[in-house]
Unconditional design. Structure first.
Length: 76
């Protein structure tokens, strides 16, 4: 039971980090981690957000090479 809950929280954290990466890619806005006073916490936050960037890149590469998706030409 505890292992399932831990997996669920880890998945939620990865999903949140990936969404933040998508927001950064589409809008250019990202969390200001340099304002975190503790260097250790700042480092963990940067690694957490970097993990989301990695997951986003892998998802994007998968979608580009998939036959289930097509490029939306109506967006500019």
């Amino acid at each position: 039971m505890a292992l399932g809950r831990l997996f669920h929280y880890a998945f939620d954290a990865a999903l949140l980090s990936t969404v933040v990466a998508g927001v950064r890619r589409s809008s250019g806005f990202s969390p200001r981690t340099e304002s975190i006073p503790d260097e250790t916490v700042r480092s963990v936050a940067d690694k957490y957000l970097g993990f989301g960037e990695t997951v986003f890149d892998m998802l994007q590469a998968t979608v580009v090479n998939s036959s289930y998706f097509k490029k939306d030409t109506t967006r500019s």
